[in-house]
Design a protein around this ligand. Structure first.
Ligand SMILES: Nc1nc2c(c(=O)[nH]1)N[C@H]1C(S)=C(S)[C@@H](COP(=O)(O)OP(=O)(O)OC[C@H]3O[C@@H](n4cnc5c(=O)[nH]c(N)nc54)[C@H](O)[C@@H]3O)O[C@H]1N2
Ligand SMILES: Nc1nc2c(c(=O)[nH]1)N[C@H]1C(S)=C(S)[C@@H](COP(=O)(O)OP(=O)(O)OC[C@H]3O[C@@H](n4cnc5c(=O)[nH]c(N)nc54)[C@H](O)[C@@H]3O)O[C@H]1N2
Ligand code: SF4
Ligand SMILES: [Mo]
Length: 698
C-alpha cells in the first residue's frame, strides 16, 4: 500500500461521522472529517483520531489467549473454540442450560459483524441468563416505545434540523454527540435552531456543555423528572393547550392521562424538582407556542428510579402537543435497511423472572443489576460460567466491585474482547476479533435512530492481522459448534450478504454495490411523517396511557412519603460524560487521556464550603455498597446537594493490561452505585438516584 485516501464511518459513538483517512506507506498520517459526507458534513470529534491508536495499540489482542498459572498464553483458534464450547457444554450438562450466562456490551451494536451475528450465538447458549448494557441504559426508551407505539425500536428521534424549540432533559449531546438521536455536528445544528429564531432549553442537575450553548437551563433534582413532566402535562390540560392535530384520529387514553396528571400541579412539584411553578408554566407556554417543538430525554432520565414513566411522559408531551410525527417534532426514520418493516408487536416482557430477585425479563434479557447475585447465590440454575462480549460490566454496572468478586468464583469465563481489562482479566479464554479500521461497516442500528435518512457502507481500511478472525467468524463458529453441527461443513457468511439483501428489500431498494460506489454515503433526505402506517400496535393506534405505566404511578406517589433523612448520605451522585471518553474502554489512547484529570467529583461551591473543601482536596465518597476517594472539582455548574463524576474509570485493578489507562486509572463510580436502586417496573439500573456521603480526607 503506497498512499491512499480512505472514507469511512466512525463507529465509536452513535453520531456516525464520516472520516477521511490519509494513509502513506501503510501508516495513517491524517484523520479528518469527510466534508462530502451528507450526514456529518465534515464534523468529527477527537475520538476519531484514536481509531489509529486502537489499530496500533500494542495492548490490543489479535489472537486467542488462555489464562494459566504462568500468565496469559497465546493459543490456536482451534484450541480456543474447542475449549470454550467444551466448557460450556460440560457446565450445561452438569448444572443445566441456565448455568451459563452472557453479557453483551455497548460496542456490540457499533459493529456490523457483531450486531448481525451475536444474537444467533446468544441463542445457541439456550439460557435465560442473558444480560446486556441495555438494562444500564436505554431500556426505558424501548419499554415506552413498545407500550405506546407497538415496538421497542419505534423510538422517535428529534427532528433537530427543523424544530423551533428543543427541550433536552437528561442529555448532554455536546459531550456525547447524541444518543437515540444520531446527530453529528450537533453544536451547529443546535445553533441553527437559535438562528432561525428558535430556542434550546436544557433541564439537568449540572450546567453542562450543552446547557452552556442553550437559551435556558434549569437545575432539576436528580430522579424527579417524572414529577416535572407530569406537571407539564397537567398544565397542558388545565390551560387547554392540547392540540393533537392528525394524531387525534389514532390516539387512545387521553382522558386517562388527564385524570392521572390532575394532581401534579406545577406548585405541587416545585419542592421535589427544584423548578418553580412559574418556570414550568413558562416552559409549557413556549413549547406549545412554537411552530414545531420537541421534548427529548436521554440517559439522565433513563437511568433513574422512574425512568420508564419519564420516557413515557416525554413521548406523551410530544403527542399531546401534536409534535409527534410532525416536521420539527419527534419523528420516525425511514432507514435503508428497515428491519421494522416486517416486525410485529409481541409481548416480550416478564415472560420469566430472574431466579434470585424475581426481576422481569424484557426482550429476552434480565436486568444486569441482578447478574452478580445470580452468580453468588447457591441453588439450582446458579450461573457457573459466563460469556462476556464487547462489555466491561465490572466498570459499567451497579455495584461493579461485587460483580468483580462474583466473576472470580466462576468455573469458566470466555470473553470476546480486544483487551485484557477489569472484566476480561477474569476470563479463562479471550477470543479477540479484528476491529475498527480492519473491518467493514454499515450502521445497522444507528441509521434507524438518526436525525436524517442516509446510508453508508465502509470497506475495511486495513486487512486483519494474518491468522486473526473477524467478529462474525467467531460468533458463527461458536454457534455452529454449540448447536452440535460439527459434522456439517462450516461456511461462515460475511455480513455483507444479509446487508445487501436488507438494502434490496428496503424502502429505497439500494444495493451494496451502490453504497460502494458512493463512499461518502448516500443522502436519503429529511425525516418524513410516517404515522399511522408505521405504528406496530395491533390497530395502528397510539396508546398515550398504557395500563402498566399508569399503574406504576402508585410507586411515584408512594415515593413522596419516603422522605426520611438518610443519616449523612445527603448528596445525590450523578454521572457525567466527557468528549474524550467513551464509556470505559478508550483510556488506552494517550492523546485522549492526557491533560487535566477528568475523574473528579464535581461539587457546588456552597457545598464545598460546608465540607471545608479546597481546590486541592481529596474526598471520600461512600454509599451503601462502597467507598472511593478522588479529587474534588469545585464549581457552580453543579446543583446544590448533587455531586457528579464520570463512569468508566478504575483501571488500577490487578491484572489489567492497559499500559496507558493504568497511568490515568481513576476510580469507578460503579463501586458506589447500588444494584438495589432500580426503575422497579423494568429493573433498569437507577444510577442517578444513589445517595452518598461526602467527607474530606485528611
Ligand atoms: N454510573 C454509570 N454507569 C454507567 C453509565 C452511566 O452513565 N453511569 N452508562 C451506562 C451506559 S449508557 C452504557 S452503554 C454502559 C456501557 O457498558 P459496557 O458496554 O459494559 O462497557 P464499555 O465500556 O462500553 O465496554 C466495551 C467493551 O468492549 C470492548 N470492545 C471494544 N471494541 C470491541 C470490538 O470491536 N469487539 C469486541 N468484541 N469488543 C470490543 C472493550 O475492550 C470493552 O471491554 O455503561 C453504563 N454504565
Ligand atoms: N464522549 C462520549 N460520548 C458518548 C459516550 C461516552 O462515554 N463519552 N457514551 C455513549 C453512550 S453509551 C451513551 S448511552 C450516550 C449517552 O448520551 P447522553 O444521554 O447525552 O449522555 P450524558 O452526557 O451522560 O448526559 C446525561 C445527562 O443527564 C444528566 N442527569 C443526570 N441525572 C439526571 C436526572 O435525574 N435528571 C435529569 N434531567 N438529568 C440528569 C447528567 O448531568 C448529564 O448531563 O453517550 C454516548 N456518547
Ligand atoms: S462524534 Fe462519535 S462518530 Fe463522530 S468522530 Fe466522534 S466518536 Fe466518531
Ligand atoms: Mo449507552
Amino acid at each position: 500500500m503506497q498512499s491512499l485516501t480512505h472514507y469511512r464511518t466512525c463507529n465509536l459513538c452513535e453520531a456516525m461521522c464520516g472520516l477521511e483517512i490519509r494513509v502513506e506507506k501503510g501508516s495513517i498520517t491524517k484523520i479528518e472529517g469527510d466534508k462530502n459526507d451528507p450526514f456529518s458534513r465534515g464534523h468529527i470529534c477527537p475520538k476519531a483520531v484514536a481509531l489509529k491508536d486502537i489499530y496500533e495499540d500494542p495492548n490490543r489482542l489479535k489472537f486467542p489467549v488462555k489464562r494459566t498459572a504462568e500468565g496469559w498464553q497465546q493459543i490456536s483458534w482451534e484450541e480456543a473454540f474447542e475449549e470454550v464450547t467444551n466448557q460450556i457444554k460440560n457446565i450445561q450438562t452438569k448444572y443445566g442450560n441456565n448455568a451459563v450466562g452472557m453479557y453483551q456490551g455497548n460496542p456490540s451494536i457499533h459493529n456490523l459483524g457483531t450486531s448481525m451475528n451475536s444474537p444467533a450465538f446468544a441463542k445457541s447458549l439456550h439460557t435465560r441468563n442473558l444480560f446486556s448494557a441495555t438494562s444500564a441504559d436505554q431500556l426505558p426508551h424501548h419499554f415506552a416505545a413498545w407500550q405506546m407505539f407497538g415496538h421497542p425500536m419505534l423510538m422517535p428521534v428529534p427532528d433537530i434540523d427543523n424544530t423551533d424549540y428543543m427541550l433536552i432533559i437528561g442529555g448532554n449531546p455536546i459531550a456525547s454527540n447524541g444518543s437515540i438521536m444520531s446527530v453529528p455536528d450537533v453544536a451547529n445544528r443546535l445553533k441553527a435552531i437559535q438562528k432561525r429564531g428558535g430556542k434550546v432549553v436544557v433541564i439537568d442537575p449540572r450546567f453542562t456543555e450543552t446547557a452552556a450553548k442553550a437559551d435556558e437551563h434549569y437545575f432539576v433534582r436528580p430522579g424527579t423528572d417524572a414529577f416535572l413532566l407530569f406537571a407539564m402535562i397537567q398544565t397542558i390540560f388545565a390551560e387547554k393547550l392540547m392540540d393533537l392535530g392528525k394524531l387525534t384520529e389514532f390516539t387512545d387514553g387521553i382522558e386517562t392521562l388527564r385524570e392521572i396528571a390532575a394532581p401534579f400541579t406545577p406548585e405541587s412539584v416545585e419542592k421535589q424538582t427544584g423548578i418553580s411553578a412559574i418556570r414550568i408554566r413558562q416552559i409549557v407556554h413556549d413549547f406549545t407556542q412554537a411552530k414545531a417543538a420537541v421534548c427529548y430525554g436521554r440517559v439522565g432520565v433513563s437511568v433513574q428510579t422512574f425512568g420508564s414513566i419519564a420516557q413515557w411522559l416525554i413521548n406523551a408531551i410530544n403527542v399531546l402537543t401534536g409534535n409527534l410525527d410532525r416536521v420539527g417534532g419527534a419523528m420516525f426514520t425511514t432507514p435503508a435497511v428497515d428491519f421494522l418493516a416486517r416486525a410485529r408487536s409481541e409481548n416480550k416482557f416478564n415472560r420469566w423472572q430472574s431466579r434470585v430477585r424475581k426481576l422481569p425479563e424484557f426482550l429476552g434479557e434480565l436486568p444486569v443489576a441482578t447478574l452478580a447475585e445470580e452468580i453468588l447465590t447457591d441453588g439450582e440454575s446458579q450461573i457457573k460460567a459466563m460469556v462476556v462480549s464487547c462489555g466491561n460490566p465490572v466498570l459499567s454496572t451497579p455495584n461493579g466491585s461485587q460483580l468483580d468478586r462474583a466473576f472470580e468464583q466462576l468455573e469458566f469465563m470466555a470473553a470476546i474482547d480486544i483487551y485484557i481489562n477489569e472484566t476480561t482479566r477474569h476470563a479463562h479464554i479471550i477470543l479477540p476479533p479484528a476491529t475498527g479500521l480492519e473491518v467493514s461497516h454499515y450502521d445497522i442500528t444507528f441509521h434507524v435512530l438518526a436525525v436524517r435518512n442516509t446510508a453508508k457502507y465502509s470497506e475495511a481500511l486495513f486487512p486483519k492481522a494474518e491468522g486473526a478472525k473477524y467478529d462474525w467468524e467467531i460468533y458463527q463458529e461458536l454457534a455452529h459448534r454449540l448447536n452440535n453441527q460439527s459434522d456439517k461443513p462450516f461456511n461462515p457468511e460475511p455480513p455483507e450478504v444479509k446487508l445487501n439483501m436488507g438494502l434490496h428489500f428496503g424502502p429505497y431498494q439500494l444495493s451494496l454495490q451502490q453504497l460502494k460506489d458512493n463512499p461518502h454515503g448516500i443522502d436519503l433526505g429529511t425525516l418524513k411523517p410516517r404515522l399511522p402506517q408505521r405504528l406496530l400496535t395491533p390497530e395502528k393506534r397510539i396508546n398515550i396511557a398504557p395500563g402498566i405505566l399508569v399503574k406504576d404511578i402508585e410507586r411515584l406517589h408512594e415515593s413522596l412519603k419516603n422522605t426520611d433523612t438518610q443519616n449523612g448520605f445527603d448528596y445525590l451522585l450523578i454521572g457525567r460524560r466527557h468528549l474524550r471518553d467513551n464509556n470505559s474502554w478508550m483510556h488506552n489512547s494517550e492523546r485522549l487521556v492526557k491533560g487535566r484529570n477528568r475523574c473528579t467529583l464535581m461539587i457546588n461551591s456552597e457545598d464545598a464550603q460546608k465540607l471545608n473543601l479546597g481546590t486541592q482536596s481529596i474526598v471520600r465518597v461512600s454509599s451503601r455498597v462502597g467507598c472511593i476517594e478522588l479529587p474534588v472539582e469545585i464549581t457552580d455548574h453543579m446543583m446544590k446537594g448533587v455531586v457528579s463524576m464520570p463512569h468508566g474509570y478504575g483501571h488500577a485493578r490487578k491484572g489489567v493490561q492497559l499500559d496507558v489507562a493504568a497511568k490515568y486509572a481513576g476510580v469507578s463510580i460503579n463501586d458506589l452505585t447500588d444494584e438495589y436502586i432500580l426503575d422497579e417496573l423494568t429493573g433498569n439500573a437507577a444510577f442517578n438516584n444513589v445517595a452518598v456521603k461526602v467527607e474530606k480526607v485528611g
